[in-house]
Design a protein around this ligand. Structure first.
Ligand code: NAD
Length: 282
């Protein structure tokens, strides 16, 4: 079955970028969230960024209109019923995901693949909620998803080879570089990256350097495009903490214990760019 119409669940940071990436190559995207204002805000943000890109000559004239015309926003779950493929990027919370997967499983045609963008939850556990476990798979994009080239493709224990191949093919079709990864906490990128963010939080808490200096050190000393604390603000402190908690819980290895400071920032709602305040102000 050709994949032309794709449901994008969750119009937050990731849903927005993924919807943009899909629409840019001509896929018809149905962007679903729980509130109309979230959907409207996401589509407006894509339009604004593309208008700027056109003004600066970084996107061909008319790109914005083409991309936006390929995205339909909705808060009506039934609007997802005739899609060819689903990508889910709702909150990183198993209860929220379970509710969504139960409803999707009942709504969708049996052959439709459901790909989850989860950063830290078990894809095997998500697959087990459905009656199509062989068609549930991890498709892990990186932020900003319209720019970053990598997609980690993660089969659950139950996922069929055919499903994996379809996700690899779709990733290539939308201009990404897929890498197949066995299911394990953090996959590859977050297993390495998020503990580094966490270490930046420990260093800040211990007062070894200011937030600015920690980031400058890693940019100028290690050639990172941004420092670990800016990266935390970009990813979202809540997401970084969820990944650390998963690494810690799944492995029981104390080297993955989340920093108390990161926990405190999340409790304060200082999640980073999406809340305009994190380790830096936005
Ligand atoms: N932020 C990142 O850098 C990043 C990178 C890769 C993967 N992820 C993963 O992507 C997913 C989303 O992360 P995000 O950063 O976009 O989060 P976000 O908080 O920015 O957006 C989540 C969106 O999901 C919506 N939502 C919540 N419950 C819903 C429901 N029942 N139905 C439909 N929409 C619902 C929210 O209203 C919100 O708009 C998570 O699983 C996360 O682990 C995040």
């Amino acid at each position: 079955m050709a994949i032309n119409k794709i449901a994008m669940l969750g119009a937050g940071t990731m849903g927005q970028g993924i919807a943009w990436a899909l629409a840019a190559v001509g896929k018809k995207v149905v962007l679903y969230d729980i509130k109309q204002e979230f959907v409207d805000r996401a589509i407006a943000a894509i339009g604004k960024s593309l208008a700027k890109a056109e003004e600066r000559g970084k996107a061909a004239p008319g790109t914005k209109d083409t991309v936006i015309s390929n995205i339909t926003g909705t808060v009506n779950f039934d609007d997802l019923k005739d899609v060819d493929f689903v990508i889910e990027a709702v909150f990183e919370n198993m209860e929220v995901k379970k509710d969504i997967y139960t409803k999707l499983d009942a709504l969708l045609a049996p052959e439709v693949i459901i790909a989850t963008n989860t950063s830290s939850l078990s894809i095997t556990e998500i697959a087990a909620i459905t009656k199509r476990a062989d068609k549930v798979v991890g498709m892990h994009f990186f932020n900003p998803a319209n720019v970053m080239k990598l997609v980690e493709v993660i089969p659950a224990l139950q996922t069929s080879e055919e499903t994996v191949q379809k996700v690899i093919d779709l990733s290539v079709e939308i201009g990404k570089k897929p890498v197949k990864v066995k299911e394990g906490p953090g996959f590859v990128v977050n297993r390495i990256l998020v503990p580094t963010i966490n270490e930046g939080c420990f260093i800040l808490y211990e007062g070894l350097a200011t937030a600015e200096d920690i980031d400058t050190a890693m940019k100028l000393g290690a050639g990172w495009p941004m420092g670990p604390l800016t990266l935390c603000d970009l990813v979202g402190g809540d997401i970084a903490l969820a990944v650390m908690n998963t690494l810690y819980d799944e492995t029981g290895d104390p080297k993955y214990r989340p920093s108390g400071l990161l926990k405190q920032y999340v409790r304060a709602g200082w999640l980073g760019m999406k809340t305009k305040k994190g380790f830096f102000n936005y």
